[in-house]
Design a protein around this ligand. Structure first.
Ligand code: AKG
Length: 284
């Protein structure tokens, strides 16, 4: 396969702003098929153990009512061959990851982010490595919408250049859905650097640095917003990790795409793991 190289512009954008966008990485037809896989699961009365359910209750016990409650399917992609082989271990995407990570690539995280029409909640401002708390800055993150992601339905927002900060300790407010960057610090950064709205079509992909400050607002529109996301890493980075890793899977070995399904787990363990302390709680 011809090896992917960023253009000078993409490279400069990644270095200065912390992210870059590639359009039409997969076709709209494939994006529609993948969306169908996810929709099929969230319509099940009991969609399994990997769902992250919006705590708002009670909601109608109907397929639509259930769909309105899901915000994330964690670790779903290692259970769905169509997603796995086309996205996390898809040759096109791995060819891009390979430029940054070399010929041996591991999937560190995989999930589907759902923002149902009208009920989809915000994802608070965070750095991915602020949530991982493993000290890693070099894994490579991506996010691909399977439905249009617009300002109206809660596309991602990035603070350009924020990837150059340290990993900031994340905190929990009384209304936090998960750990987040201190809100005061976010306001300062927004004032200084502004914000980029990452509007994308199905099949476009945004790639970003793990220290990037990012957020997505609630979906108050009539349009659902489903996306698939993941993080790739390699053994050199993993060896520096402060934490145990679990459920990491091989995606590429020696430049060859791994075609095994379910995907092969990594058997190596790190030697000095630390259990991170609970995140500090703070008042507004
Ligand atoms: O899909 C979203 O709105 C949030 C995704 C996100 O924050 C992430 O992939 O790190």
């Amino acid at each position: 396969m011809h090896r992917w190289q960023p253009t000078a512009e993409q490279k400069a954008h990644y270095e200065t702003e912390g992210y870059f966008i590639l359009r039409n990485v997969i076709s709209p037809e494939l994006a529609a098929e993948l969306r169908g896989v996810i929709r099929n699961v969230i319509m099940l009365p009991e969609p399994g153990t990997f769902v992250d359910i919006d705590p708002r209750n009670p909601m109608e016990d109907s397929p639509q009512g259930r769909i309105a409650r899901y915000r994330k399917l964690s670790n779903f992609c290692v259970q769905s061959p169509l997603l796995w082989h086309n996205v996390h271990a898809g040759a096109t995407l791995l060819n891009i990851a390979r430029y940054f990570l070399g010929d041996d690539i591991i999937v560190k995280f995989n999930s589907c982010f759902l923002k149902p029409a009208r009920t989809g909640s915000a994802t608070p401002w965070h750095q991915d490595n602020g949530l991982w708390r493993d000290g890693e800055t070099e894994p490579f993150n991506f996010w691909m919408p399977l439905e249009p992601a617009t300002r109206e339905n809660g596309c991602m927002q990035f603070i350009p250049g924020s990837h150059k900060t340290e990993i900031i300790e994340h905190v929990l407010y009384s209304d936090s859905i998960h750990g987040e960057l201190p809100r005061e610090a976010v306001q300062k950064m927004l004032k200084k650097h502004g914000v980029h709205h990452i509007e994308l079509h199905p099949g476009d992909v945004v790639f970003w640095h793990s220290s990037m400050w990012h957020y997505s607002p609630p979906n108050q529109s009539e349009q659902s917003r489903i996306a698939v996301a993941g993080v790739w890493t390699n053994l050199e980075i993993l060896k520096t990790s402060k934490r145990f890793w679990h459920n990491f899977r091989w995606a590429m070995k020696n430049g060859e795409v791994c075609t095994q399904f379910p995907p092969e787990p990594i058997s190596m363990e790190n030697e000095n793991p630390e259990e991170p302390k609970p995140l500090p709680r703070t008042s507004e």
